[in-house]
Design a protein around this ligand. Sequence first.
Ligand SMILES: [Zn+2]
Length: 189
Amino acid sequence: MKAALCVGHSRVINHSKDGGAIAFNGISEWDFNNALVNHIADKLDAMGIDHMILNAYQGDGYGSAMQWMAEQVDHAGCDIGIEFHFNDADASASGHEVLYCASSTRGARLAGFLNAKLGSTFGTKDRGITPIDSTGRGWAALSLPKAVMCILEPFFGSNESDWNTVAGNVDALAQAIAYGIQDYAQNQP
Ligand SMILES: [Zn+2]
């Protein structure tokens, strides 16, 4: 089992950072998740699960960046990949959610394990696992790699309580995600 840890929005566009959404406290998706994946890598090392980090996407646009990401994931022989984000909306929205490719039963299984660990670890609002089709946000990241892919939205950066509970406990968040990956690896149908 080899897992790709892919940091969403980790690219530079016309000399400025994409970075993704900015949390209420000014921290971007890129910056938060770039730190998070190193914690997850430590947890996976302890479990003996191989992994690769992608935290600086190449490519001139979103489409080419996703093509680049998919090539890296597949060329490295990754079985699964997770692209890391956080959600962003008005201050009242909260909770965790995992997106997967609508045509992938294995994607649904991986999403289920990850989402369950987020729920049992933090007890924040369960927004569930969400199938994404070709019209949906994140389709390219979910569908281009041969690896089983998920997009993780573990909290809302726009919600201070969500942030304090989840992002403020980065070690527990990394452990929850690593356990979700381990559950998937150990529970093949
Ligand atoms: Zn994002």
